[in-house]
Design a protein around this ligand. Sequence first.
Ligand code: PLP
Length: 380
Amino acid sequence: MSKTAFPIRPEILDFEEYSPGLSIEDIRRRFGLDRIIKMASNENPLGVSPLALEAMRRHAAFAFRYPRGCAPDLCAALAAYHRLPENCFVPGNGSDEIVDLLLRVCPSPGRHNVVACRSSFSMYRIASRLCGVEFRAVPRRDDFAFDYGMLLEAVDENTALVFIASPDNPSGFCPPWEDLAALARALPSSCLLVLDEAYADFCGDIAAHSLLPRFGEFGNLVVLRTFSKAFGLAGIRLGYGVMPERLADALRSAHMPFSISILAEAAGIAALGDRDFYERTLSVVSEGRSFLTETLAGMGCTCFPSLANFLMFKPPAGRGTAVEIFEGLLARGLIIRSLKSYGLPEHLRVSVGMPEENSLFINALRELIACFSPQPARSA
Ligand SMILES: Cc1ncc(COP(=O)(O)O)c(C=O)c1O
């Protein structure tokens, strides 16, 4: 075949793509197992909200129609839910789409840069790279807390966006709102703080951690939220950004016209109204997280305090590497997350599951750690 010289941008040729958690189907095929438990992608352990499911059924017959642009009914429902002006909301095909839009709308390639913490959610780096925008990864403290001094040192007059996930993925770290407010105020007014609150619902006290209730106090704040976690709609792809109106107008004008489907809009509105499902989700996650934290620590793992629906941990020293533990769990039908792609090869992340799933995970891990126990020296 002749070599055609079609162009591909150089930054795409050695692109480090997003690495998702392994799927149930992949592992079923690889190991020929009947039962697979997935605790890898921080999905909702309860499944889909019954009200959202019902709304999707009702709207399925309209799937032959194009949706309305930018999901106006959803924006109205979100405005009522958060008590904020409707024009500040931009819905996306997952909050990933809002990250991508911010990168395409705000920084100019070759001039502006983007700042985030090292080993944070990889989409910030990936979307920056895809847009040809310089990405600056700032070291964090050993306990995975954000180093605000280092973040501010990395910011200069050409920094367009600072991304912070709070609670952070993968560490679960979640500072008080006062620290985030101080960061927003310390940034130049030309630099946006993009606060990714994908996991904020799980933090126990939203008023103590989120900047969304205080959104009006800041002129340079964007808050991202998603329906993929506490609202159980990861597969339908729905998220949103809350931002100053002028920026929201700019994002809406750059938005793909139909990226929110009719089913996604209907499901999102119904999920917002399903208080029972939401409360049950928070209680299953809070109880499961306490159980996993205490049990992992009791088994000698180093467990990082988390206010999200997952936990980051390191297996006990000398009892198998993180890779061995990860592979051993896979072979037993348990998918958790290796953090190699986050640059943390010694760490693992497990999503909180239903009580039975949490126990099966702990039992399998206990068995594995016992297999890797140091053997007593034999006498000659
Ligand atoms: C911190 C963080 N932000 C955003 C997302 C993406 O959310 P969505 O499914 O809405 O695109 C994730 C997904 O895991 C995440 O961990």
